[in-house]
Design a protein around this ligand. Structure first.
Ligand SMILES: [Zn+2]
Length: 555
């Protein structure tokens, strides 16, 4: 066998295993050794393979799935948000100002009050953004104050913050304090993050990933963040697999060392996987580039942030570097521009796996082109829960016709376009996302649960050239898995499912004991009830009267 370094095996048995391996879609047990899956099969088969000092974990008939891979995250930023004022929960304009004023009280004069993830589309009452003058008056004029919208493309700043950001830029309105696009994306550079803060933030974000059953993430990072991950990975301090796409402006700074993966957990712990660029903004900020104007802003079609020549040269240099472009394109005009550049510059069949991030509103012919060019669709089904459906933001921005054609998951999957799911951290959590995919308000766009699960695991793995390492539970692959307290194939609301255990490289990195025990108990009770139902005893009607009961009355 594999020599003296052979460590103890971990056997996970009595599980409802969804393997996503077409050769054996379901199983009862998984045996892991040295970070990898060594066997998948029945309880008896695998128990017979165990040695005395091996570890045994009885899954209590809960559902074991491949570890989730979040294809598009702002992982460091999510961790930093925990250190900042979380405005995502705020449902009123006044509460936003109050939350930031409270934080200002706790900080020394001159320290940044940094509010993140406000979403005025969710506010009751007035939805007007606060102005510079209001932030001065109601939050603080002694601290630099900035609040960033959930989309990451809009922010508001007070007078002190504007002094530090510089108010001579095009994207800054010195009067209202409104900030747009590039200046917002680079806010964290102005606010400043120390290396220690960054490492703390990554550790916090990693705990969150483990809680959500996420075993690998793609961070849309900058070069500095990527190097922070590297430092942690090399010291063995990184506990989730991280793939990074760095910003286009960072490409010149990349070294050959950056291209080398860092090993850990039986495989790669860190790897550089792409180059990120923004082609447009967001629907929320009305800066996504649309072919036709916004329904709620008839003079505005948003903007494409690159000329076609600039875009082609981006894709060309990505081809030279050997890394795929991750092009953020939300509106159909931006998506068209991305496809033009890929068509002109990408190698045939797209071997690098260039991708479009978000792809929120695409025309049907654009999806046909995507399929022909084999461009990866990196989509966020959680956006559907947040913003799709009658009366929601996408309908306001796009009008009902286009809104119904937005987030067209089934049109993408049905064409065979490679599909990867991620969260964009809005909010982070694959099960929240799966809910959007499975219960899309436009019924024709709904995905079957297993297909949605596949996009969040194997699809995401494929998109970063890791499909032979992860994304399904198969012998030879990394032992990265999540144990869920309900089967996504049977749950009515997938948001209520939680990961009760998470395994990375054969190590249990998270166990929610209470939830686990409750779920096992629930399962056992149901099994007992089913067993009783199978006997010839008179049945208890647990569900109340059904239609056939009425027919009985008629007889
Ligand atoms: Zn993003």
């Amino acid at each position: 066998m594999s020599g003296p370094s052979r460590g103890p095996a971990l056997l996970l048995d009595h599980a409802n295993v969804i393997t996503l391996d077409p050769g054996r879609p379901r199983a009862e047990a998984v045996l892991c050794r040295d970070g990898r899956v060594v066997a998948v099969g029945s309880n008896e088969e695998l128990e017979a393979m165990m040695d005395e000092d091996d570890i045994h974990f009885d899954c209590g008939e809960l559902t074991l799935v491949p570890g989730f891979i979040d294809s598009h995250s702002h992982f460091l930023a999510m961790g930093l948000s925990a250190l900042r004022v979380d405005l995502s929960v705020v449902r009123h304009r006044d509460s936003m100002l109050e939350a930031m004023a409270e934080r200002a009280e706790l900080l020394d004069e001159g320290e940044w009050v940094y509010g993140v993830d406000f979403d005025e589309s969710q506010w009751a009452g007035v939805r007007r953004l606060p102005t510079r003058e209001e932030l001065d008056r109601r939050v603080s004029d002694r601290h630099p104050v900035v609040a960033r919208r959930i989309c990451g493309h809009i922010a508001v700043a007070n007078t002190k913050a504007l002094e530090l950001i510089g108010d001579d830029l095009d994207e800054v309105d010195p009067e209202t304090g409104l900030l747009l696009e590039e200046v917002v994306l680079r806010l964290s550079e102005v606010v400043g993050v120390t290396d220690e803060e960054a490492k703390g933030a990554i550790t916090l974000a990693t705990l969150k990933a483990h809680e959500e059953g996420v075993t690998a993430i793609v961070d849309m990072a900058d070069l500095r963040t990527f190097r922070t991950y590297r430092e942690m990975a090399e010291k063995g301090d990184l506990d989730v697999r991280v793939f990074c796409a760095v910003q286009a402006r960072d490409v010149d700074g990349l070294t050959t060392r950056d291209a080398e993966p860092v090993a850990g957990g039986g495989g790669d712990m860190l790897r550089l996987v792409g180059i990120k660029a923004f082609l447009d903004g967001s629907l929320g900020a009305r800066t996504a580039a649309l072919g036709e104007p916004y329904a709620d802003d008839p003079d505005n079609r948003g903007m494409v942030l690159y000329t076609s020549e600039e875009l082609r040269s981006l894709v060309r240099s990505a081809e030279d570097t050997g890394l795929p472009m991750f092009l953020h394109a939300i509106g159909d005009r931006a998506i068209g521009a991305a496809l033009d550049a890929f068509e002109a510059e990408a190698a045939n069949g797209n071997p690098l796996r260039h991708r479009i991030e978000h792809l929120e509103y695409a025309e049907e012919e654009q999806l046909d082109r995507m399929k022909d060019l084999r461009i990866v669709a990196s989509m966020q089904p959680n956006f559907i829960v947040q913003w799709s459906g009658p009366g929601k933001m996408n309908e306001e921005r796009l009008g009902p016709m286009r809104a119904n054609r937005s987030e067209a998951l089934r049109d993408v999957w049905g064409r065979g376009i490679p599909l990867a799911f991620g969260s964009d951290c809005m909010p982070f959590g694959p099960l929240y996302g799966l809910q959007g995919a499975v219960h899309h308000p436009v019924e024709e766009q709904q995905l079957p649960p297993v297909i949605a699960l596949r996009a969040y695991t194997l699809g995401s793995a494929w998109a970063v050239h890791a499909e032979d390492q992860m994304g399904s539970i198969e012998p030879g692959k990394l032992a990265d898995m999540a144990l869920l307290d309900a089967d996504p194939d049977e749950a009515a609301d997938l948001r209520e499912i939680s990961a009760v255990a998470t395994i990375i490289g054969g190590q249990m990195v998270h166990v929610a004991t209470d939830r686990f025990n409750r779920a096992v108990h629930r399962n056992a009770q149901r099994a007992l009830e089913e067993a009783l139902m199978d006997t010839d005893l008179p049945r208890l009607d647990l569900e109340g009267p059904r239609e056939d009961d009425e027919e009985d009355d008629d007889l």
